[in-house]
Design a protein around this ligand. Structure first.
Ligand code: MTE
Length: 315
């Protein structure tokens, strides 16, 4: 399989799909002509935005983009893996803003321009779903710490709560008789986890603006935690003193902990977490099985956040 290298096509432009292909073709031609090229960029309107590499690359084969954008969990659009891609066409992620409030000195509302101004980077992260499959995804986003710095958390703030949009008119999973979850979808992190350099808010993947099914226009990415922590289509971030609720923990606390750190030594009550199936390449649940790593392989970076904690109790 071909490996996507952002630097191989230095001008790979990240714009809405139609102009993206056009622009990429132009840049390929330019590259062949040997001319100087613009830095990679992402667009949320007509304007292209530059981004740089964030310096993270596990040097593993990327999961094909077609799998990243078609095999999803996003219950607001249905519970099937294909539902988010098939049923999110009516969702309108622009215009958008995130309200940041709670225990902060400067509560604020950030629109997409204000978010992208926090500094976009590409981060290639290993991702591990609680359902024992995994992917490697080239995200484009900015460190959550940059946003938190702007609102000046108070000394009393200990946690960060996140909330997804509620729009039954655009999200078929939020209407009808069967409601699989309580809305809004909510998640939380301890403040030190939220400020950790690995934690980003993603606004793009594979050099393009984030598709609806992956959480447009902005979603959380914490690569050392199970995927359900990665709350999508965020409209509100609140700094709190007490540990906030998280959707799956509230639904089944014995199955899904608040911390949700990837831990091969703690099985889910209904299945083992020792192994995982890497999506793509060898096909779904085929020959692509591999051992799951503590903290999903990011232990050197994050293990110290949990010094002195029993990770079997705090799963
Ligand atoms: N966010 C919201 N709002 N609703 C959801 O159902 N599913 C979570 C998480 N974020 C979910 C969500 C789960 S279970 C996973 S594994 C990841 O999104 C999947 O992200 P992906 O589809 O981009 O791979």
């Amino acid at each position: 399989m071909r490996r996507y290298r952002p630097t191989a096509i230095p001008g790979s432009q990240i714009t809405p799909e139609s102009s993206y292909f056009q622009r990429r073709d132009i840049l390929r031609m330019t590259a062949m002509g040997g001319l100087a090229l613009a830095a990679p960029s992402l667009a949320f309107g007509t304007e292209a935005l530059e981004y740089k590499s964030g310096g993270y690359d596990p040097k593993e084969e990327l999961t094909p983009e077609a799998d990243v954008t078609s095999y999803n969990n996003f219950y607001e659009f249905g519970t099937g893996k294909g539902d988010p891609a098939a049923k999110s066409g009516d969702f309108t992620p622009r215009p958008w803003s995130i309200k940041v409030d709670g225990l902060v000195g400067k509560p604020a509302e950030f629109d997409l321009d204000a978010l992208t101004a926090l500094g976009l980077e590409e981060r290639i992260y290993r991702m591990r779903c609680v359902e024992a499959w995994s992917m490697v995804i080239p995200w484009i986003g900015f460190p959550l710490a940059s946003l938190l710095d702007r609102v000046e958390p108070l000394g009393s703030a200990k946690y960060v709560a996140f909330e997804t949009v509620v729009r039954p008119e655009e999200m078929p999973g939020q209407r009808g008789v069967f409601q699989p979850l309580n809305w809004p979808y909510v998640e939380g992190l301890r403040l030190d986890e939220a400020r950790h350099p690995l934690t980003i808010l993603a606004m793009g993947l594979y050099g393009k603006t984030l598709p609806n099914q992956n959480g447009a226009p902005v979603r959380l990415v914490t690569p050392w935690k199970y995927g359900f922590k990665g709350i999508k289509s965020i409209v509100r971030i609140t700094l709190t003193e007490d540990q906030p609720a998280s959707t799956w923990n509230r639904l089944a606390p014995n199955e899904y902990g608040f911390y949700a750190n990837v831990n091969p030594a703690v099985d889910h009550p209904r299945w083992s977490q020792a192994m995982e199936n890497r999506i793509g390449g060898g096909g779904f649940f085929g020959s692509n099985e591999r051992p799951t790593l503590p903290f999903n392989g990011y232990g050197d970076e994050v293990a110290s956040l949990y010094d002195g904690m029993d990770l079997k109790v705090n799963y």
